[in-house]
Design a protein around this ligand. Structure first.
Ligand code: GLY
Length: 589
């Protein structure tokens, strides 16, 4: 991966010329129908790896590792870079979750910097004429929840960073100020929202081509984001304070309110991140799984599915109709529980212990029929998932064995589309992750009930699933992804493919994904070449909708010899990066 051996000089920024040269083959490869060449989306290292869904972001993170930074330092720089180059997915106007395992203390912590509902939000704020108006929870100021990203990344660095804060943020400031070569995704995402963005002069101007101002920037063109660079400069020099009580905070509130929102200065002043205890479980005895607790559903659903599946010998069955049927049935049970029970556990009672217990899994497992599906209500008591253009995930292991999994989002593509002029920040539309009205699906076709109803300062239920796995107590896998509810099933499939089906990390990521969220009664499947598996599954009663590239998963896996493989999902044209092995295993503490 020599093409990503970028040298950073913190005060001068990063020389990113190489990214254009190195991106081209990866892009061409990803567009081909035959499977992409692993060389374009994997990296091997004896030392440390960053796997993000954008090559520039991985490269910036790897450069921070090369300077001696920890996984937390690299994670901050990588996520900030993603906010610059993939602003449709995440950024300072959004929020997210991280899991961090400190190699020295062996402690795993969960960091929650999810956005919160404004103090003036109320249960029926999107109801018009008796019905939820989804355009209000998806676009404009009313869709905006209090951003957590600036506070969250700072908290991650405060707790686990080793480099100076300014040295971690500075390269990203330079990237925004001096420019970066645009990849394939940003122009596509801009185009898909053209009708709405065109009505927003400052937003439109920020992504216009330097060559032709009435066109959006194109792939391979240099894009500078001077407004966002100003935010990053203040962030570098003053930390998160200006975003929560200073001049950026005032601009955020003004933009949200001018476009119909209720976000206030008090909401920003009162915002706090939470360090939480991660959910913990085992899989096939030797694997310890750490998942994200509430307000995400990711950890519960992942553990429930794995608990159900460990009662079946998937390895013996091999990957085929029998094993895939069992996997789908386990997903349906867990997603039915998601709809019935899950919401922000700081506000509503969620029976977490019960849902992730082995005993409960056994009751679900016993209901599964090997020769067919059950009636809808037998999975639980209570809309195809849309493409998730928002959200990003990074997986990192550093030279000391610290593990980091972070998923961050502005929710759907470019969030609420509210742009904060002068500061270049795009505000999230995370309010759409609440159940605006019981029984009415959100942007992802997910149905919820009162558990996930809107309340002031409550957090909307998430599917983001940063996950860490140890094998016999040693770092084994960091995984997570983007794709709304398909995040959870993407993460589960990455685990099953590596552990049960013994696939290489690269194969585990390129192999076809499948997703079932109980309702609608449909299996979303990327499909096989000859369609045999689809036909066999249909015979068992599954309704299949073949669709491609609905999520993106980044993994880092350590093999028994200590070699670390990073894989970025070629579906999103991601590419991991590694710094040169400054530290061999023998040197490690
Ligand atoms: N905004 C997508 C999620 O949190 O699940």
């Amino acid at each position: 991966m020599t093409c990503f051996h970028l040298k950073t000089t913190p005060k001068e920024g990063i020389i990113l010329l190489v990214s254009l040269i190195c991106l081209a083959p990866a892009i061409l490869q990803a567009q081909e129908k035959s499977p992409p060449d692993p060389a374009n989306f994997t990296v091997l290292s004896q030392s440390q790896v960053v796997a993000a869904d954008n090559p520039t972001a991985s490269a910036v993170g790897a450069a921070i590792l090369e300077q001696g930074g920890s996984a937390a330092d690299a994670g901050v720089a990588t996520l900030l870079t993603l906010g610059v180059v993939h602003p449709f997915a995440s950024g300072l106007g959004g929020g997210g979750f991280c899991l961090y395992r400190d190699a020295k203390t062996q402690k795993v912590q969960a960091l929650d910097f999810r956005e919160t509902a404004p103090g003036k939000a109320d249960r029926d704020m999107y109801i018009r004429k008796g019905k939820a108006d989804s355009s209000l929870s998806r676009y404009g100021g009313l869709a905006v929840a209090t951003p957590g990203e600036p506070a969250g990344l700072y908290a991650l660095h405060q707790a686990h960073g080793t480099l100076e804060w300014a040295d971690v943020v500075d390269p990203v400031y330079h990237l925004a100020k001096d420019g970066f070569y645009v990849g394939q995704l940003l122009p596509k995402r801009l185009e898909s929202k053209r009708k709405r963005i065109e009505l927003l002069p400052e937003f439109n101007a920020a992504f216009s081509s330097a060559k032709q101002s009435d066109e959006y920037v194109k792939a391979f063109e240099l894009l500078k984001r001077p407004d966002l660079a100003e935010s990053l400069k203040l962030y570098r020099d003053k930390g998160p304070t200006p975003f929560y009580s200073g001049e950026i905070a005032e601009a955020i509130v003004k933009s949200a309110q001018q476009s119909g929102g209720v976000l206030s200065m008090d909401d920003l002043k009162n915002y706090k991140v939470s360090w939480r205890t991660p959910l913990e479980g085992t899989y096939r005895k030797d694997y310890q799984i750490y998942g994200m607790p509430s307000p995400s559903s990711g950890g519960i659903v992942t553990l429930e599915v794995l608990n159900i599946l460990e009662g079946f010998d998937l390895r013996k069955l091999g990957y085929g109709v029998q094993s895939v049927h069992l996997i789908i049935e386990a997903m349906k049970h867990a997603f039915a529980d998601r709809a019935r029970w899950m919401g922000d556990a700081d506000f509503v009672k969620v029976p977490v212990k019960h849902l992730i217990s082995k005993d409960y899994a056994e009751t679900r497992r016993k209901k599964i029929k090997t020769d067919g599906v059950l009636g809808l209500k037998e999975y639980g008591t209570h809309a195809p998932p849309k493409d998730d253009d928002g959200t990003t995930h990074i997986s990192i292991i550093d030279k000391d064995g610290n593990m980091l999994a972070c998923t961050s989002t502005v929710n759907t593509s470019f969030g609420s589309l509210v742009y904060v002029p002068k500061w270049g920040i795009i505000l999230n539309n995370e309010m759409d992750d609440f159940s605006a009205q019981p029984g009415v699906p959100n942007a992802f076709g997910l149905i919820g009930n009162e558990q996930n109803a809107i309340a002031p300062n409550k957090k909307p239920l998430s599917s983001m699933s940063p996950t860490l796995i140890l094998h016999k107590g040693k770092p084994f896998m960091v995984t997570g992804g983007s794709g709304g509810p398909t995040i959870i099933t993407g993460v589960i499939m990455s685990i099953l493919r590596v552990i049960d089906f013994a696939q290489s990390p690269a194969e585990a990521i390129v192999s076809p994904r499948l997703h079932h969220q109980w309702m609608p009664e449909k299996l979303f499947f990327e499909g096989t070449k000859d369609g045999t598996l689809e036909k066999e599954l249909e015979q068992l009663g599954h309704t299949i909708s073949v669709r491609s590239s609905y999520n993106s998963v980044q993994i880092v896996v350590v093999d028994e010899n200590g070699t670390i493989t990073g894989v970025s999902d070629p579906r999103k044209m991601g590419r991991p990066a590694s710094s040169s092995p400054t530290h061999t295993k023998e040197d490690s503490p």
